[in-house]
Design a binder for this molecule. Structure first.
Ligand SMILES: Nc1ncnc2c1ncn2[C@@H]1O[C@H](COP(=O)(O)OP(=O)(O)OP(=O)(O)O)[C@@H](O)[C@H]1O
Ligand SMILES: [Mg+2]
Length: 319
């Protein structure tokens, strides 16, 4: 799985991740939905000291509550009705490698206790088992919840939170790293279509939009607009209305700002000229109209002073 990024924010995240990956400590990856937490988790394994060992991932949200335990820890034959043979749990399958516990915030209270125990002692019993299973597993967990809030609300055990968050990585939302938008869009377009790129206007829209669904939303938008757009490049008109509107709003603001700037500079030029004129007239008044003396006091040449005075006469006549 290729991770595409250009922003400083993501370069920092990756640098931190590579350092963390080299230890065996538990890593907690936090971030909004669609920010790429799974890719980061895989990167931890890739850069770890065990990249050729197993990588096992499981979503704690996708498993029905009653299956979480048997999936993670496995069971012995006859542990419950239907357990016709021994089954290894995911912890055993990940032995020597990395176990990725995705959506860890969804784990129920009873499983939180069990997980904490395994993380602390590295061994456990299969369901219905009497012999301890010893495992050497590096755990990486991810969540799009604010786990600190879940802890404060009593929904997530504080001790487990601290155990999981030995090292923390936070995946920044796409709107806080806009430099990544176009490289990601090009990457997704290259994956799904033969189009050569995006029109200038389409790029402006993609960059302006806030992407509440982050990289996942960007990927979906690129894929659908590549199909809708007819020409050799993806046009802005093929983008969803909200994204198109974001581009137009940015354009409007850019024009308004340019207008403000030019009127500000006209105002500044006028203000400088009028205060210069007041100063010159005042010095001339003090020197009783003696231009050479006035020029010396003002620190300008007599010729410049006379040119200035001429231009004032012209503008006075014009006004
Ligand atoms: N830097 C990236 N480079 C390439 N693809 C990316 C990148 N970041 C995210 N993606 C892609 O965007 C999609 C969403 O990423 P991912 O599944 O990792 O999000 P997530 O943070 O786990 O979201 P959720 O909390 O909803 O599970 C995936 O298809 C992933 O491959
Ligand atoms: Mg995910």
């Amino acid at each position: 799985m290729k991770a595409v990024f250009r922003s400083e924010a993501m370069r920092n995240v990756l640098a931190r991740l590579q350092r963390f990956a080299q230890s065996n400590a538990t890593v907690l990856i936090e971030g909004e939905s669609g920010t790429g937490k799974e890719i980061l988790a895989r990167a931890v394994h890739h850069f770890s000291l065990r990249p050729t060992q197993p990588w096992v991932d499981v979503s704690c949200a996708a498993l029905p509550e009653h299956l979480v335990e048997s999936e993670l820890f496995g069971y012995e034959k006859g542990a419950f009705s239907g357990a016709q043979a021994r089954k290894e749990g995911l912890f055993e399958l990940a032995h020597g490698g990395t176990l990725f516990l995705d959506e860890i915030g969804e784990l129920d209270g009873r499983m939180q206790v069990k997980l904490l125990r395994i993380l602390d002692c590295g061994s456990y019993y299969r369901l219905g088992g009497t012999r301890k299973v010893e495992v050497n597993v590096r755990v990486v967990a991810a969540t799009n919840r604010d786990l600190e809030k879940s802890v404060a609300a009593g929904e997530f055990r504080k001790d487990l939170y601290h155990r999981l968050a030995q090292l923390r990585i936070s995946a920044p939302p796409l709107r806080e790293r806009r430099e990544d938008i176009l490289p990601l869009a090009d990457f997704f377009l290259g994956q799904c279509s033969v189009k050569s790129g995006f029109s200038f206007e389409a790029e402006r829209c993609l960059e302006a939009y806030n992407w509440p669904g982050n990289v996942r939303e960007l990927r979906n938008v690129v894929m659908s607009s590549a199909v809708i757009s007819e020409g050799p490049v993806v046009e802005a008109s093929a983008l969803p209305a909200a994204i198109h509107a974001a581009g137009e709003e940015r354009q409007r603001r850019a024009f308004a700002m340019a207008g403000d700037l030019s009127s500000l500079s006209a105002y500044a030029a006028g203000a400088i000229e009028s205060s210069e004129r007041q100063l010159i007239l005042r010095v001339l008044d003090e020197t009783h109209g003696h231009q050479e003396m006035a020029a010396r006091i003002l620190g300008i040449s007599a010729r410049t002073l006379s040119r200035r005075l001429k231009s004032y006469q012209v503008s006075e006549k014009a006004s």
